[in-house]
Design a protein around this ligand. Structure first.
Ligand code: ASP
Ligand code: MG
Length: 413
């Protein structure tokens, strides 16, 4: 059994859907689960729609555009707009008409339509070529009600996947959605932006798959973003650990939650190019192979938050415990930190909602100040030559260097 995951860029147009099938067709010797994201930039478009509906702004033109985009792809692949796809759009429209009061809950009721529509289109095309099945991932991927960043209930998810998938897989490849699930009351949930890789890993784990392959628009895992760096190099092989660290620093290759379930079962992860499917790609396994190449990772839109004790007492361990409770409460991931006698400084992804939560939690005891618009650059496994390759960093705000890694937070010029 294999799991394939195709991201939005791979199915951004009709040609992409045909190409997906060409790749799938070559792997029909084993049962196959095909996890697909929303097409192109659909999730961003749905975010905008949800925001407008929630704010009671007019969203009808935006919905028309989104519909026209998908209709265009359908018209190219088959003649009519299949009924189930028309129904998804009607349901989406109905949901847009009734925004509730809870933004995160509402967001999760809208966003999954991207994946539901894309997989329906892929299914309708694929069924003209081979026998296959469509699965609503919400019936298997069970989560808590932590809307927009839901946590998987592994026991239930594993139960439903092993109950439903084997039978479906007898009929051919099963096409399903990445990124989405449902909570115990049946409401839609999502696993965090770009979470389809993680869905692939969930299916791989629960089905004890032979491998997970993530098909991307790059030849595999590179040591820098080829859009920002000339001469980015491909890794043939990397360890789970190395990839986990790279994603922590902000490398956008794989969703950070993907590795753990794979590592638990020793399931290899292949990162390959859907543009050049016969290319070798990168293999990620248990092998404790230290990357010899230096890697460059850039994380944009960072906030530097400084917390200062109000009564001028020391920033001691008890206060630090309180600070970490607050960051955990606000679901803030700390990308870099620094402490001094009276302050604690942390760098986080720009998210003013989360920062607001942190402030509310700490307001009694701490002053909270922050700087916006910063970027974080990391060089993992740096060598002397690495530094010359860094672009102009503007004003350096915070620098940290260990024996292996170098990080700098800077204000771009
Ligand atoms: N469509 C979702 C997103 O764009 C999930 C994914 O692509 O993995 O965030
Ligand atoms: Mg995507």
């Amino acid at each position: 059994m294999r799991i394939f995951k195709f991201g939005g860029a791979s199915v951004k147009d009709a040609e992409g859907v045909r190409n997906l099938f060409k790749i799938v067709e070559k792997s029909l010797d084993l049962p196959l689960v095909v996890v697909v994201s929303a097409m192109g930039k659909t999730t961003n478009a749905l975010e905008l729609l949800a925001r407008k509906a929630y704010n009671k702004d007019d969203w009808s033109d935006d919905l028309q555009k989104l519909k026209a985009y998908h209709q265009g792809i359908c018209a190219d692949l088959f003649s009519d707009l299949p009924e189930d796809i028309q129904n998804w759009f009607l349901q989406l429209e109905g949901t847009l008409q009734n925004p509730g009061k809870n933004w995160l809950l509402y967001y999760d009721q809208i966003i999954p339509f991207g994946e539901l529509i894309s997989t329906s289109i892929v299914y309708h095309y694929m069924i003209t070529q081979t026998s296959c099945e469509w699965l609503d991932a919400r019936s298997c991927i069970k989560t808590n009600s932590f809307f927009t960043e839901a946590n998987v209930d592994w026991e239930l998810t594993s139960h439903f996947i092993s109950r439903d998938l084997p039978e479906l897989l007898q009929n051919g490849p099963v096409i399903t959605q990445g990124f989405i699930g449902s909570d115990l009351t049946g409401k839609n949930t999502t696993l965090g932006r770009e979470g389809s890789d993680f869905s692939g890993a969930i299916f791989a784990y629960c089905l004890k798959a032979e491998s997970l392959t993530v098909w991307k628009d790059v030849p595999g895992l590179l040591n820098a973003d080829p859009k920002k760096f000339k001469g980015a190099e491909l890794f043939d092989e990397l360890s789970y650990q190395e990839v986990t660290e790279l994603t922590f620093y902000g490398a956008k290759v794989i969703h950070p939650k993907t590795i753990r379930p794979l590592a638990q079962r020793g399931i290899p992860l292949y990162v390959k190019s859907f543009i050049d499917p016969s290319g070798q790609g990168t293999l990620i396994t248990e092998k404790d192979k230290i990357a010899t190449k230096h890697c460059f990772v850039f994380k944009e839109d960072q906030l530097l938050v400084t917390l200062r004790v109000k009564d001028n007492s020391l920033m001691d361990e008890k206060k630090l415990v309180k600070l970490f409770q607050a960051t955990s409460h606000a679901n803030i991931k700390i990308n870099l930190m620094h402490n001094s006698a009276l302050t604690f400084t942390l760098c986080m992804d720009d998210n003013l909602d989360k920062l607001g939560k942190l402030k509310d939690y700490l307001a009694g005891d701490f002053h909270v100040l922050y700087n916006e618009g910063l970027h974080l650059a990391t060089i993992k496994n740096y060598t002397e030559g690495s530094f010359q390759l860094l672009p102009d960093m503007g004003e350096k705000i915070l620098e940290q260097q260990t024996r292996n890694n170098y990080q700098v937070l800077y204000k771009p010029v």
